[in-house]
Design a protein around this ligand. Structure first.
Ligand code: ASP
Length: 593
């Protein structure tokens, strides 16, 4: 049949349209027969509107309407009418109007559904992922993808306004592992050889700077074959950008501008610039992690010098072994003994032994471990922390690499459970000067904390070989409400520095030429100083949509075990396909590699 031309989207109609004729297409969400008069809730991308089918207008039309089931696709022509006062539905944008139908035509039927669109919670997540195209009809996912759509447009226009070129880079590239495992694609034409799917366009964007494009961006898929982790996707989207002739400040400024534009255009939140900055060291010592949630303050106080030499054995022995004593001050706390014991459970997974406490009182401290300390020690402690009477002081003492993360975890847990977080707040913070390297104990070698193309701080260059752990990187992460939304760095644009980094990482001459030879060679042909950043696009859209999981902002996501429940990927392929690629499957009895 010929589809009549639509005049409006269902959800766009308003009171001011009353009296107008309308041709609407959509899905019937619910039907109701009210003494022969049939009410259909018609839905399209913009929302839903009630359609009234009166047999007095046409008996035949009413008979058609009676047959309609959930999610049938129909076309309606009719007139926009005001609803009676008592029938107004304040929950709907179109709740004070309805369509008085003149014709109703069925365009397509639907089988009984695995779940009803207005009640997706009635189905398990597996069922919803299998029928993702139905789940995508739900209001929440429609809204999330609408925000995502606006985010793409916003990013493009903001970056183009700032002189960026959008340039695509290949998906079939050379395997140049950046940290995670590559997804490999076998070549049919060159048997035994493989392309890799990019973990990010890192090397390409650097090459584009060497080519003179000055400012590049791309909204791009990245692929990482990582082990299962909650809220990770094997393919995800980045807003990737790179700039020539810049320092950290210019890259961070653009990233701030982009963040401000996204928040103001999409959710009408005005973020103040410049964003707060913390060094990595400050972030760890003050908040116990490199992605602190600063919607609440509650910092960690390092009180090793005050309480380390006290009578309290536990603190004393940690102090003697070069450990630290850190404290948190939970305002006006009303925690039972059981609640406090529960805190120890929280920090056990990060290897901390326990949480000690005392309570601030009007004349000092009381309870918990307070009795172990001398007057002077308590006086110094109170001067440092300045608690109010009724505040709870919590302590963890251990080696720094255990104590700070444990305090960070405790801080996060208390923030979430003690109502310290204003859920409407949006608090961005930069974390800068990350360590350049971290030691991989298992493999007994240094690894780049960001990636090997990151430049070290010039003043730390002399430490490169002798004091490797102390070398800081010109790297920066943007954290919003405790989530890392972007990360980037200034790069090594001079071959000599890049070579030194590879030396340190134990990437020998042969290996580096094999893997990165093209980039190293390019650095010798007039590479400009350059740097960039990449935003996790899914993550920022999730934040903007007010949803926890990035799965809720990706049209067709995979499960945490990297499966697509809808189409069954990954799937076996037939022997002919394998033969063409020159591949053979070796069954491993243990099922692992
Ligand atoms: N390529 C980096 C990443 O994906 C980002 C960057 O350094 O620009 O993490």
């Amino acid at each position: 049949m010929r589809i009549p031309q639509r005049t409006h989207l269902c959800g766009d109609l308003r009171r001011s349209d009353h009296g107008q004729s309308a041709v609407l297409h959509g899905w019937v969400e619910t039907t109701r027969d009210h003494g022969g008069i049939i009410f259909l809730m018609l839905r399209d991308r913009a929302g839903k509107i009630q359609v009234v089918v009166n047999p007095e207008t046409s008996e035949e039309m009413a008979q058609t309407a009676k047959k309609i089931g959930h999610e049938w696709v129909i076309t309606v022509t009719g007139t926009v009418a005001l609803r009676d006062e008592q029938h107004i539905n304040p929950e709907l944008n179109t709740g004070d109007i309805e369509i008085v139908a003149e014709t109703v035509e069925i365009l397509n039927e639907s089988k009984p559904l695995p779940f009803l669109i207005p009640e997706p919670e009635s189905a398990s997540e597996e069922v919803r992922l299998k029928y993702r195209y139905l789940d995508l009809r739900t209001r929440k996912l429609q809204q999330n993808l609408a925000i995502r759509n606006r985010a793409y447009q916003c990013v493009r226009s903001a970056l183009v306004d700032h002189g960026f070129y959008e340039i695509e880079t290949p998906f079939l590239m050379k395997s140049t592992p950046e940290g995670a495992r590559d997804f490999l694609v076998p070549s049919r034409l060159h048997k035994g050889r493989f392309y890799a799917l990019p973990q990010s366009p890192q090397t390409y964007k650097q090459l584009l700077m060497i080519s003179g494009f000055d400012r590049y961006f791309q909204i791009v898929k990245c692929f990482r074959d990582e082990d299962l982790r909650a809220d990770r996707q094997p393919e995800f989207t980045q807003i990737d950008l790179e700039m020539s002739f810049v320092n950290e400040e210019e890259v961070m400024e653009i990233a701030e501008v982009l963040t401000v534009v996204l928040y103001s255009n999409l959710v009408e939140v005005a973020l103040e610039r410049p964003f707060r900055k913390l060094t990595y060291q400050e972030a760890i010592c003050r908040y116990g992690m490199d992605k602190p949630d600063l919607r609440f303050e509650m910092p960690i106080y390092t009180v090793t010098d005050i309480l380390g030499d006290s009578e309290f054995r536990v603190f004393q022995s940690v102090y003697k072994r070069g450990g630290v004593i850190g404290a948190l001050c939970l305002p006006d706390a009303d925690l039972s003994r059981k609640d406090i014991d529960r805190l120890t459970e929280e920090v056990k997974p990060v290897r901390a032994q326990g949480v000690a406490f005392m309570k601030a009182a009007s004349d000092g401290v009381e309870g918990g471990i307070s009795k172990f300390f001398a007057e002077q020690e308590i006086a110094d402690l109170l001067r440092e922390i300045q608690p109010e009477p009724g505040d709870l002081l919590l302590f963890i003492a251990d080696q720094p690499e255990i104590a700070y993360p444990a305090l960070g975890k405790l801080r996060e847990y208390l923030g979430q459970t003690q109502g310290l977080i204003d859920n409407n707040a949006v608090v961005p913070v930069w974390v800068v000067n990350f360590p350049m390297f971290e030691f991989n104990d298992e493999e007994n070698r240094w690894e780049a904390m960001h990636h090997p193309f990151t430049a070290p701080l010039p003043k730390d260059l002399p430490n490169l070989s002798d004091n490797t752990a102390e070398v800081r990187a010109r790297a920066y992460d943007l954290v919003i409400n405790g989530q890392e939304v972007a990360g980037g760095s200034i790069r090594n644009y001079q071959l000599a520095t890049q070579e030194r980094i590879f030396d340190l990482l134990g990437i020998g001459r042969k290996e580096r030429m094999e893997k990165f030879g093209f980039l190293l060679e390019a650095l010798e042909y007039g590479a400009p100083p350059h740097g960039g950043i990449a935003f996790g696009f899914d993550r920022i859209v999730a934040l903007l949509s007010g949803t926890e999981s990035i799965r809720n902002v990706i049209a067709f996501p995979k499960t945490t075990s990297a499966l697509s429940l809808m189409d069954g990927a990954p799937s076996e392929v037939d022997a002919g396909q394998l033969r063409e690629l020159g591949l053979q499957i070796v069954q491993n009895s243990s099922g692992s590699d």
